[in-house]
Write a protein that binds this ligand. Sequence first.
Ligand code: CS2
Length: 486
Amino acid sequence: MAVTYRLGLPALASMPAGRRPLVSPGEVRPGIVHLGLGAFHRAHQAVYTEAAVAASGGNWGIVGVAPRSRDVLDRLREQDRLYSVLTVGGPVDEARAVGILAGLGHAAGDPYGVVAAIADPGIRIVSLTVTEKAYRLDPSGRLLLDDELRAQLTGLAPPTTVPALLARAVLARRIAGAGPLTVLCCDNLQGNGPRIRGLVEQALEVAGAALPDDVAFPATMVDRIVPATSADHRRRAALALGADDAVPVVAEPFTQWVIEDRFPGGRPDWAAAGAVLTDDVTPWEMLKLRALNAVHSATAYLGALAGRELIADSLEMPGLTGVLRRFVADEVALTVRPPAGVTVIGYGETALTRFANRELGHRNLQVAMDGTQKLPHRLLGTVRDLRALGARPCWAGLFLAAWMRFARGYADSGATLPLDDPLSGRIRQVLDAAPDTPDGVVTALLTLREVFPESLAGDDVLRRELLHWYTELDRHGAEATIGALS
Ligand code: CS2
């Protein structure tokens, strides 16, 4: 089929209803400012919000703010703020245009404009998907203050970072009398609601102010696999949509959102769109981080070491799914109380099936990035809880050892592996100063207090597991180490 149209308002008229947005683009007034206009938000919260407004109405259009890159903003402007979601892995490709974006902003280029947008009384929610590192928190929730952030918080520099944007926006709203606000963190952080509340409190303290009473920070658990869009996905999106989209996002059919229902300024009717509103997100959040994200990371590190490209390729390593299942059954299930009606093992099985979706083209290296920021939330809680029970973190130890091998920057073949991590400089520094032996590497990386708290770094049982598995991986490589376990 020849694709003649570029996605935009004029193209909508010729699209079948099932591919058109659920709301009339541009007609829903803004109620949400979202920081982090990446693929995940566009395939998750934006889709739920559009469906909620279509079902129940409300001024809940989204002002999408890109933190750094302008590319996606320029493309979206050219397309009248429309983009499409391509769902792959079902019987056929499905694509639909989304029209809930009611405005666009750029944090790096116009931070004061973003603050002003949040201070508008029409805005009642600020949501975020900015990835773990952008919050500038250590694993214990302490704000990592440097000169740049201090200058931003005290008004000496433009507020381009997330803590400064949030703090200045909260202050601007108070001055404007803009009314109650909900700050909704949609990143994979343990206790994401209270954590961001702590962040804003600390940031405001540096700015010499206190947190107003009418700002809430509900916790959420977000879930949908949304990899980077490839050229092939873009081609397939155009075919399924019948219009060429420069910025489609690709996602799996599965989607889930569990939200703590605490919104002092109101919220879209997300339940009408399939989200679960509850008074306690913790069991969902723990289950997801520990039985899904930890397994994802383990798959990525072991697969990357073995020279495999995609998550789906890694899962084909003989023995790997068996090891991942044993981790979920023997270690995660021991430390997690699942939500009512859900079993940890059943949940883990679903995750494995989803990871095997090859159409997603999800690359190991995408999941492997930012390990120092992700592992404390995904894996170290399980290790800590196992140790508190007097249990041995066997499989968790294997996965951490795989990250340690990965952090050296080489696959088992000797090929270079890029270390995309905000702490890559620190990692290089401690590794360069240590012998390249199992003991040298494990000891060096355990000194990273930004990742391993003293209580874990000094734990002999964990250290023994790490040394054992690191030595196995070093001697035999990931493929053979895992193969021998089946
Ligand atoms: C992944 C997540 O990149 C990663 O680290 O584990 O983005 C994962 O795909 C999502 O959390 C699934 O909801």
